[in-house]
Ligand binder design. Structure first.
Ligand code: NAD
Length: 368
């Protein structure tokens, strides 16, 4: 079997700093667990624009299509704010998602016990929280036609179109049902079938797949507005949530903040299976390039390290090693090592980015 491949696109701001810590983790898995990766690195976002005048070259795009998984840091920063829309750093990211056809965006919202105090909700509501939001990522109102700003009856009108085909709903629903089976076997499908035809179709398709192919998974349906309310009222009622691009964008951010810090949140974007049976995939932290702390050794590398854990699980078939890595991060937090984003005034001296990475390596070694 060939060595599994990984393309690292560290990007801008804190991207390269946090990625350095993931590289240490990869070296640890190579050294201690015999997990070798064929790693290549390239530029994306502002870094690619500076070098090549584009946020993603065709060569990098082609490489991303070939590898088993892409691990991305973050893109963007104030230096690039005035660039034309077509070459903004974020365009590089959107091109990757679109051309790799990464239709299922997995956003876990997991509250580590040691961080329950950081949530905006009461500790008992979030302690032990473990939700997975599956957001459809390549269709819906961010892509539907017609779109644009037009003149009509003497005034301007802005138009976006919420559009879903049965096959688009089908594939993301199946991804969510499969995930539910590996977790607590519960799936909540979210739309607004009460006011939107796309929601009616969504509900019909999900219900049919559930009845025909996943009768063992407990399926429920919820309107998106109610789901937003339930997420802040009793978030632990959910296991897997599947929803469209627009509602998923909002609900996943809402769920994410239940868990405390942006510095802890990983994500995976998955596409169709490749020849090896694993999905096309890109993994990235939820946070951005954090220009306010870039270059200062203050960034929390956990979100990117946990994104690599998702890669171990979903792209490399190494679920047990993914569990080991997640447990190591949890142990470090429980032992009290914290970067500045996980501390409050008077809590003492925060760990630097590389100290946090080293503590995770130590916890990994202790797990052997
Ligand atoms: P951000 O996520 O970069 O930062 C928001 C706040 O969270 C900042 O105070 C930052 O210091 C803090 N933070 C973020 N990640 C952290 C970490 N790992 N450790 C400690 N603290 C962390 O969001 P923003 O400030 O709105 O955006 C900054 C730039 O990033 C913009 O150019 C934006 O377009 C871009 N962005 C990129 C992505 C991406 O690459 N996927 C996502 C969001 C924003």
């Amino acid at each position: 079997m060939s060595t599994p491949s990984l393309l690292i696109l560290a990007g801008d701001g804190i991207g390269p700093e946090v990625m350095d810590e993931v590289k240490k983790v990869m070296a640890w898995f190579d050294d201690k667990r015999g997990l070798k990766f064929d790693i290549s690195e390239d530029l994306v976002g502002g870094a690619a624009y500076d070098a090549h005048g584009t946020p993603l070259t065709d060569e990098t795009m082609a490489k991303a299509q070939e590898v088993d998984a892409v691990l991305l840091g973050a893109v963007g920063g104030p230096k690039y704010d005035e660039l034309d829309f077509s070459v903004k750093p974020e365009r590089g990211l959107l091109r990757l998602r679109k051309e790799m056809d990464l239709f299922a965006n997995l956003r876990p919202a997991q509250c580590f016990d040691a961080l329950a105090d950081f949530s905006s909700l009461k500790k008992e509501l979030v302690s032990g929280l473990d939700i997975m939001i599956v957001r459809e990522l390549t269709s819906g109102s961010y892509f539907g036609e017609p779109r644009g700003i037009f003149e009509e009856n003497g005034e301007r009108v802005g138009i976006n179109t919420q559009r879903y085909t049965t096959s688009e709903i089908d594939r993301v629903a199946r991804a969510a049902f499969e995930l539910a089976r590996k977790r607590d076997n519960r799936l909540c499908s979210v739309e607004k079938a009460n006011v939107m035809e796309s929601g009616i179709l969504w509900r019909e398709v999900v219900t049919k797949i559930g009845a025909e192919d996943y009768p063992d998974v407990e399926l429920s349906h919820m309107y998106a507005d109610n789901c937003a309310m339930q997420l802040v009222r009793t978030p632990k009622q959910f296991d897997v949530i599947v929803t469209d691009n627009l509602f998923g964008d909002i609900l996943s951010d809402c769920a994410a903040m239940l868990t405390g810090s942006l510095g802890m949140l990983p994500s995976a974007s998955l596409g169709v299976p490749m020849a090896n049976g694993m999905p096309k995939a890109m993994y990235e932290p939820v946070h951005g390039s954090a220009p306010d702390i870039a270059g200062q050794g203050k960034a929390n590398p956990s979100a990117t390290i946990l994104s690599f854990a998702m890669a171990l699980r979903y792209s490399y078939g190494q679920g047990a090693e993914a569990d080991r890595l997640e447990a190591a991060v949890e142990k470090v937090l429980a032992d009290g090592t914290r970067t500045a984003d996980l501390m409050q005034k008077g809590d003492g001296t925060p760990a630097t980015t590389s100290e946090m990475g080293d503590a995770i390596l130590k916890a990994l070694t202790a797990s052997l």
